[in-house]
Design a protein around this ligand. Structure first.
Ligand code: AGP
Length: 612
């Protein structure tokens, strides 16, 4: 969704802003723009609909915008269509103040009407222009920029992360945040603001996460943060351990392929610090043994692929803990009057840690008296900060919109949590515990060996890339896996796809199967192999082409029914989905490649979904 970068320093701002915006491109956007204060204290704004390349062309057509302080924005339209006028930055009627903004101002219509009654003319349809116009109005009235900023923050309702420039205070950039991420970066040649740490990695890894209600004033040499009452505050600085190469393609054609290939290492980084002498060690839970013993119910809440991890978790944690475990879509959970309380643990899963629906579900859970444990990839993100307990996946930055390594690491970590809780509650036998830990220990190598040979998946993709519809079927953990396989395929290739519990076919879906229908059958979960095999026979006998994903152990039983057979290494049945997802990711990737799709930035999608 929208992205913000801002710079106050000693170098030219435009190249830094463009580089930052390029690194935010993956979030999804439809227009982009920059504002820079010139050495002559002019406020210069260039903005346009379309990709950054169009903005670059516009900037090249003009004299390069000179200036060492500036703000930039990529916009994902919410209020008003994507066009040049609605693009950010927005400037007030006096041309003095420019604003970039992420989030939604809920009472913008009411403020706009009141400003229009005062004769102020609006150029765009956006909620953000209201901020710029209102700020100029207060600036005119109060004669002081910070007074105007606080006056605006007192009037607007909703969510915002914003960067502000004023030509009358040319060396200062102001930032403000509420319910939308914004961080400050401390560089050698100046200071930065950004909505996402990846925009800063080329310049600095020393950052501060702004909190709700805070305002910051940045110059080339200083940063001062203020609280809601305008009292100066000191905030801890963090060192981000991601480096800039982690957010670059490194020779791969797409981030998605790079991130698929990084899964062995991402899982290794996530699990190895948590395995010691054959035991799972979760220091984050060291003080929580009594609480863990009192849990009677678990609700896993997430969106999209993270929800699919939750579905795997439902099956695995229920088997291990023998208490009810449910997986909910966050957008449904928050409005479903969920049954909560002290003995219910809510687990929120999110790569970005900023997904609005997941965040709202988290708050609902806390309101209902439940503790929230989150599994998050982005350090310091909103979900991480509001949770009672956080387990970080150490997947590194994930840039492709279609998640791969974050999904896999979330799943491994959730399963580790389940084993840990089962152990605390005396629910897992010593030999089963050892088998699971051994399986987890071996996962990174098995992933690397699986990903070392992707030819068969690639070949299958080149046979079937022109199908209009694909069905995924599987039982139990394979059903949960199919949900993710189907999403992966449809989101990047735009092929219609559905996923069904294989036993459910005969209750309706099987009427869709006709000669030539493509079915991807997941037969990796050994305990239900015979049942799944019967379902494969059902679709095969109705003429479907069936790609079967099986393990070294299950393959012999299904080989005769497969049009194509994709074999993955065997592991403990509860860990099998970690390996099972990989052929599905690779298949989706090569299908999309064959269809010429924009793999890293699929149409209409954004990496982190910060609107409802
Ligand atoms: C999947 O490939 C998508 N990118 C999407 O479903 C994603 O998993 C979902 O939006 C949740 O995002 P989060 O993990 O950042 O909360």
């Amino acid at each position: 969704m929208c992205g913000i970068i801002g710079y106050a320093g000693r170098s030219e701002a435009v190249p830094i802003l463009l580089d930052g915006l390029e690194r935010l491109e993956y979030r999804g956007y439809d227009s982009a723009g920059v504002a820079v204060v010139s050495p002559e204290n002019e406020l210069q704004v260039v903005k346009t609909k379309g990709r950054l390349s169009v903005l670059r062309e516009h900037l090249a057509e003009q004299d390069p915008l000179k200036g060492q302080i500036g703000i930039g924005h990529t916009r994902w339209a919410t209020h008003g269509e994507p066009n040049d006028t609605n693009a950010h930055p927005h400037v007030g009627a006096d041309g003095k103040i420019a604003v970039v903004h992420n989030g939604i101002i809920e009472n913008y219509l009411e403020i706009r009407a009141s400003l229009e009654r005062k004769g102020i003319h609006f150029a765009s349809e956006t909620d953000t222009e209201v901020i710029a116009q209102l700020m100029e109005y207060y600036y005119r009235k109060l004669g002081n920029l910070m007074n105007a900023v606080y006056a605006v923050l007192g009037r607007i309702q909703g969510a915002y992360a914003m960067g502000i420039l004023c030509r009358d205070v040319p060396g200062q950039m102001i930032a403000a945040r509420k319910d939308a991420p914004l961080l400050i970066g401390y560089g050698e040649d100046g200071n930065y603001i950004a909505s996402d740490v990846t925009a800063l990695l080329a310049h600095t890894r020393t950052v501060t996460y702004m909190e709700d209600g805070e305002v910051a004033v940045l110059t080339a040499d200083s940063v001062q943060i203020y609280d809601r009452e305008r009292a100066p505050i000191d905030r801890e600085k963090h060192t981000v351990d991601w480096d800039v190469s982690a957010a670059e393609k490194g020779g791969y054609a797409h981030f998605m392929l790079k991130e698929i290939m990084e899964q062995g290492e991402a899982v290794r980084k996530t699990v190895s610090p948590r395995l010691q002498d054959g035991r799972i060690v979760l220091p984050e839970l060291a003080e929580s043994a009594e609480f863990l013993k009192g849990i009677r119910k678990i609700n896993i809440v997430a969106c999209g692929s993270a929800y699919h991890v939750g579905m795997v978790g439902k099956y695995v944690l229920e088997k291990l803990l023998r208490i009810p475990v449910d997986a909910y879509l966050a957008s449904e959970f928050r409005y479903s009057e969920p049954l909560l309380g002290e003995d219910t643990l809510v687990i929120v899963i999110s790569q970005s840690g900023e997904t609005l629906d997941s965040m709202a579900a988290l708050r609902e859970a806390k309101k209902g008296g439940s503790k929230v444990l989150s599994i998050v990839n982005v350090m310091g993100s909103s979900i991480a900060r509001e949770s009672d307990i956080v387990l970080y996946t150490w997947a590194g930055p994930e840039i492709a919109v279609a998640t791969t390594k974050a999904y896999t690491t979330q799943m491994v970590l959730l399963i580790m949590l389940g084993i840990y809780m089962a152990d605390v509650n005396g629910r897992v036998a010593a030999d089963e515990y050892a088998a699971l830990v051994n399986g987890i220990t071996e996962l990174p190598e098995k992933i690397e060996s699986l990903l070392g040979d992707v030819d068969i998946c690639q070949k299958a993709a080149s046979h079937y890339f022109n199908r209009n519809s694909v069905f995924f079927i599987g039982r139990n953990l394979d059903y949960a896996l199919g949900l993710e396989g189907s999403l992966k395929l449809k989101e990047i290739s735009y092929i219609h796809s559905e996923s069904y519990a294989a036993g459910e076919l005969k209750h309706g879906t099987i009427s869709l199967i006709e000669p030539g229908t493509l079915v991807v059958a997941l037969a990796t979960y050994a305990p239900l192999l015979e049942k799944t095999r019967s379902n494969i026979v059902e679709v095969r006998s109705r003429g479907a082409d069936v790609i079967v994903v099986a393990t070294e152990e299950t393959a012999p039983a299904v080989r005769d029914q497969a049009t194509e057979l994709l074999i993955i290494p065997s592991t403990h049945p509860l860990l099998q989905p970690v390996l099972g997802v990989m052929p599905l990711q690779i298949f989706a990737y090569y299908v999309a490649l064959n269809r010429g799709c924009d793999i890293d930035k699929p149409r209409n999608l954004a990496k982190s979904v910060t609107v409802e």
